[in-house]
Design a protein around this ligand. Structure first.
Ligand code: GLC
Length: 544
């Protein structure tokens, strides 16, 4: 029997460089994270997702890998990684790592060999062309920096293909050697005992003329091959799919696990629901969320969506219409520096005006919707951002552990930190930090910890079905989660007004709801009707 632990796990995304510095060099490291595992255990999360930790020139913060078999020197060593995995497991925490299949760094020895010698076996590891007019139907992802998906390489005398930065040449997955290399990479880290991978940028593995070069059948074929390899040698390890696509296009990434060899991922991020949560909060109207959830196809029983509010990238607006994108920018990125590519480079708390009720409400939605939630490091304490840093660095600043100017992140002199600690009011460490929030029972941190703890008491969140409740008003996001005899009703008032709702629940007498977060019994239903008055931005998780 394979343990489907990810079905009702809570994930936590960690950027190692930002988390905790154990050796006072100004960069967070693996040993630093190991020292903070007790904090994460107490928070109640089940699985950590580590952003890339491999040797890299850091042109894309580690998503440009120069060596798949090592650890970036400032992060520590492979031994430190083993210690981290062991210590996490000893606490019942799991770890997944980033698996970057689509591309390497241009500093990777494969690419260096490829560009210097047409006859090198590595030449065909990448995608070359004499002309930059191939695959013209392919969109550009990093629209702010990349004019083309082709870049000229002087040494090679050819153009090479890249879906991301020009420093990240795409690997050629038509080459059987590349397909095997990446299985070897997966094996190396799985042998170290990790619990799986978050697989980066998977829609772009294979190119075919005349297509948009995304989600191609040939790409799915390779992903099935990779999954079969992992299932055979490491049954139960999980693969989480990063495909920033519409629900119907993500569905094939789960494959068909009931047929041998046809499974792909156990989990997939639900990208399109994310901006619609922000739309709902700003409009005070749930309709956009309803539309996208209703449009989401069912997935196999052993699979699970992964939901998130923010992550290490810009808040992506790829999965909305042009009109919605403009609307999101207008409301959530009023300053030009807040925009990046097709998104918004801001953190959760500033996006929600640092309004405690809105931040809690957003988390209430995150923890009760269908899927397994992921928390982005620092959002559990309401960290701020720094839009003056380049690229996505403004949401990757040092974790704020205590009120010191160093935020307790590192013993190095703050000038030597990889990035400045947030110092803008009201987000500086003196007002936003773990230590103070741990000591305050009413803090955001303690509220989130409680939401996680309550979530874990009910199978319905991870395993139950999901059904919208019609309350007669779009101002309330209301839904039922049901699993066996567990029946939960969730209400989120999306507005700054009091909302009253009355819905039929049961015909039997003597039924009373329990507020599971507040641990109190509500008055019994009247004639089978549940009537509620919801304060502005109030959320209620009820058990019937
Ligand atoms: C993914 C990562 C992003 C990275 C890109 C290229 O989208 O989340 O940070 O830049 O892939 O690897």
């Amino acid at each position: 029997m394979i343990d489907l632990w990810y079905k009702d796990a809570v994930f936590y995304e960690v950027y190692i460089r930002a988390y905790h510095d154990s050796n006072a060099d100004g960069h967070g490291d693996l040993a630093g994270l190991t020292e903070k595992l007790d904090y994460l255990k107490e928070l109640g999360v089940d699985c950590l997702w580590l952003l890339p930790i491999y040797p890299s020139p850091l042109k894309d913060d580690g998503y440009d890998i120069a060596d798949y078999y090592g650890v970036h020197s400032t992060y520590g060593s492979v031994d430190d990684f083993k210690t981290l995995v062991d210590e996490a497991h000893a606490r019942g925490l799991r770890i997944i790592a980033d698996l970057v299949l689509n591309h390497t760094s241009d500093q990777h020895p494969w690419f260096q060999a490829a560009r210097q010698d047409k006859d090198s076996p590595y030449r065909d590891y990448y995608v070359w062309s004499d002309s930059d007019q191939k695959y013209t139907g392919t969109r550009i992802i990093f629209t702010d920096t990349e004019p083309s998906n082709w870049s000229w390489d002087e040494a090679a005398g050819q153009y090479f293909w890249h879906r991301f930065f020009a420093t990240q040449p795409d690997l050629n997955f038509d080459n059987p050697a590349v397909r095997e290399e990446m299985k070897k990479v997966a094996k190396f880290w799985l042998d170290m005992g990790i619990d799986g991978f978050r697989a980066d940028a998977v829609p772009y593995l294979i190119e075919r003329e005349g297509t948009g070069n995304e989600n191609l059948p040939e790409t799915h074929e390779y992903l099935k091959e990779l999954r079969a390899f992992i299932d055979q040698h490491y049954p139960g390890r999980v693969l989480l799919c990063e495909a920033n696509m519409w629900p119907e296009d993500v569905r094939p990434y789960f494959g068909d696990p009931s047929i041998p060899g046809q499974a792909e991922f156990q989990m997939g991020f639900h990208f399109p629901i994310m901006p619609r949560i922000f739309m709902a909060l700003k409009k005070g109207d749930v309709s956009d969320m309803v539309e996208i959830i209703n449009r989401t196809p069912p997935i196999p029983a052993e699979c699970q969506w992964c939901t998130f509010l923010r992550n290490h990238d810009e808040l992506t607006l790829e999965m909305v219409t042009e009109e919605e994108r403009q609307w999101m920018w207008q409301h959530y990125a009023p300053e030009p520096r807040m925009k990046l590519n097709l998104g918004i480079r801001r953190r959760l708390a500033p996006l929600l005006d640092n309004n405690r009720r809105k931040i809690e409400l957003a988390n209430s939605i995150l923890f009760t919707l269908t899927g397994s939630p992921i928390i982005y490091y620092g959002d559990e304490i309401g960290m701020g951002d720094n839009i003056w840093l380049d690229d996505r660095n403004g949401v990757r600043t040092p974790m704020q552990w205590n009120p010191d100017p160093s935020a307790g992140f590192s013993d190095a002199a703050p000038e030597g930190f990889y990035a400045p600690v947030i110092d803008s009011t009201p987000y500086g460490p003196d007002s936003v930090n773990v230590a103070d929030q741990q000591a305050d029972p009413k803090s955001l941190l303690n509220t989130i910890q409680k939401m996680i703890a309550i979530r874990k008491q009910y199978k319905a969140f991870g395993w139950g079905d999901f059904k919208w409740i019609d309350t007669g008003t779009a101002a309330v996001a209301a839904y039922r989660r049901k699993y066996k005899d567990e029946r939960l009703l969730i209400f989120n008032n999306l507005t700054d007004q009091i909302q009253t709702v009355s819905i039929p629940v049961a015909r039997v007498t003597n039924v009373y709801p329990i507020d599971i977060l507040g641990n109190r019994r509500l008055p019994p239903l009247e004639n089978g009707y549940l009537s509620l008055m919801l304060a502005p931005y109030r959320y209620l998780w009820l058990r019937i």
